[in-house]
Design a binder for this molecule. Sequence first.
Ligand code: SF4
Length: 492
Amino acid sequence: MRRIIFIQFDHLNLSYGALKDADPKQDLILFVESARATRDPKWHKTRLYFLISSARHFAADLEAAGFKVLYHYAETVVGGIKEIMQSSEYAGLPVATCEPSSFRLTKSLSSLGLQFVANDFFLTPRDQFRNWASNQKSYLMETFYRAQRIRLNILIEDGKPTGGAWNFDKENRLPPPKKYEYPPYLIHEPDAIDLKVATKIGITAPTDWATSRTGALRVLENFVTNHFGKFGPYEDAMTTDNWALHHSLLSPYLNNGLLHASEVVTAVITKFESGDIPIASAEGFIRQLIGWREYVNGMYWVLGDDYRKHNQLAADRKLLPLFTDSGKTKMNCVSNLVGDIETRAWVHHIPRLMVLSNLALITGTNPQEFLDWMQGAFIDAADWVMVPNVIGMGVHADGGTMMTKPYAAGGAYISRMSNYCGTCPYNPKERVGETACPFTTLYWDFLDRHSEEFSSNHRMSQQIFGLKRLKDLPELRLRAQEVLAGLSEGII
Ligand code: SF4
């Protein structure tokens, strides 16, 4: 053996990272499964199951492809690598790996002296993004996205955006359809590896998620064939009728390496060019994939490791019990969504941003406690995804470095975009009184509490103007205190 190649659980791809130039005859492929991570109650069991089973399947695929694979069980990942590096059999062999996708792992693997191969799991190299960011007055995603479309030549014709516009957001904000039949999503029957991992984790093997490259490719094919055309109009809608609507469900596989963004781009653009897909759906999906995803990853590295510690609004409320137990709230939207997370570790981007993060923001929940929960709760929650999304976008804890205004909203938004409110004991139109929607009450209370900070932000002037016109502000302040106390007790 010439060297060891250590494979991180989010780099499961033979064509990228440290494996792209691996030689089955000379390289030993090392995986380390951490017992400590498996025991840690922070992690959703479905997430653990997905990551571990995917890694074990990928290790088996490599073996079948002729590689020598060592799948090592250890207390921690770093401890496991050390054990192999110090073993009589492998001592002295160089160990290569792909640049990790988090600050923490970069630090600990650097301390072991591992050789890093450039991380090519994204479409935008880190230096290239840094270069873009260094030339910006403000880090506008839209600016990055347009440049990205041109750079990658995606949905561009003669230097102009296909369809005559850069975005079709106006067409992509429909509420959930009524009496509507959603095409089925795939059911992934567990195999022997899945069953073994599920037993280890202590759950029944979930059938919502694939755990192999073959399964991930089937999910991509199913999305492109059955959902892509309707993705755009309903991408922001929320409904109790269907847990996934027309979302792709590809983020877990993109984030653990089973799929690469470039092959997803190829699949969706090929389908679009066949003529079956409206531009609004194609553009909406491409925006997520080559815009938001790449932007968030780029920002993670630009903003640095300490960015996660920001708490500009001095939010100090403890994590509300409803985040960890869907039974601890009467709010129909939140109990349904947290229930969905309990079931499958996933809800789409609008519930994450406009319900869960919004609630953390307007209740003044401590950003770090909320970040910790978000990281543990979602199947696709890599550090690079969650830190900018939560600290910058979700709870505005960075004072506006990433987003020019906070994503705060009352019950009217949720009512417009979902079917939750009809069967909720609260009324989205009321801001005071026993049946007032907590989102509506707390939205105004949040603006009131931070009116001074926001008064100099011109993008907030309309909201602050609205606040000043409220005649029931003293009553609202009292109701807000009741709501905050009730949420902390888990009885609202
Ligand atoms: Fe959620 Fe308020 Fe609607 Fe109830 S009324 S479902 S709490 S937005």
